[in-house]
Design a protein around this ligand. Sequence first.
Ligand code: NAI
Ligand SMILES: NCC(=O)COP(=O)(O)O
Length: 332
Amino acid sequence: MIPRIALTPGEPAGIGPDITLAIAQQPWDAELIAICDPDLLRQRADMLGLDIRIDVVDNPQGQPQLHRPGSLKVYPVALNAPCTAGELDPANASYVLCTLHAAVDACLAGRCQAMVTAPVQKSVINEAGIPFSGHTELLAEDTDSDRVVMMLATAKMRVALATTHLPLKDVPAAITPELLTETLEILHRDLQQKFGLAAPRIAVLGLNPHAGEGGHMGSEEIDTIIPTLDKLRARGMVLQGPLPADTAFNPKVLDHCDAIFAMYHDQGLPVLKYAGFGEAVNVTLGLPIIRTSVDHGTALDLAGTGKADASSLRAALEMAISMVNSDPETRR
Ligand SMILES: NC(=O)C1=CN([C@@H]2O[C@H](COP(=O)(O)OP(=O)(O)OC[C@H]3O[C@@H](n4cnc5c(N)ncnc54)[C@H](O)[C@@H]3O)[C@@H](O)[C@H]2O)C=CC1
Ligand SMILES: NCC(=O)COP(=O)(O)O
């Protein structure tokens, strides 16, 4: 069966519409349904000098049809206010969230088999008075998932996170045995089920410099991380660590593990993005639906200029299609 994929272009003033239009120019072994304002795409296509046919569709039902390059099916959600490329407007914050909720609904109802998201501007949603940390947290809430895991992947490296969009000062208290157990279980299970790794090898980073230097530079490793890893090892998980984060990203570790598990967002992601910015995919593990995304932000400076690179969105769509095709549950 041809997968039907929901695409959300994200922040309308950012490069999301540009890269959505870019990937619509090529063939895909899937049906693509962008969930957004069709006039936004038409205006952005005019700015970019792209010739594209926008086909407005009802909530997708029935047999999916292969994507036709140079056209794009759009399930319409109207902007709240006119959008100028590069200029944020809090008036459109609820529009962005509507597109995400519609994509989740379509996946939960089985009308779409995966959702692929372009970046949102987290700040402008908060400025509109709507508390918002990221897609990851919104998707957990929309799907009633108690715990999810953010993982970014390139061809050479996967980095998963114990905590996601948390102020740094709140991270140590969040690193509890429960959180580590549940996030590592999700990572382990999804590496098996969604990435075909029979016995995933996970390298776990410490929280403190030098993984606590034997308790002289912090106690979370001794108090929480080591005992939790020991319990999970006793249940059969292949876990290294806790490793010092500053020396863990070297071939001796990377060549012998399937994923690095970092304690917080900026411990793991800068290394991965340095190694592969523009080609990495952000995938949310632990959801009842498939969701992948880009590795970059809204790049307001590039919106409407034609300089935005669509490689990460392309990779995210490729990964989503591959995950659907390898998971019989989603191929309804
Ligand atoms: N998945 C998501 O929704 C994500 C959203 N963001 C949001 O994006 C906003 C801006 O974040 P920044 O940290 O400024 O990162 P950014 O990724 O938007 O920009 C960083 C630099 O990379 C360039 N860049 C980014 N994507 C590019 C692309 N596809 N092609 C060419 N150049 C590109 C930009 O022009 C800029 O120079 C923030 O509100 C942040 O929350 C950030 C990361 C992921
Ligand atoms: N750095 C990746 C990132 O922040 C993306 O977050 P999300 O919006 O996918 O939850």
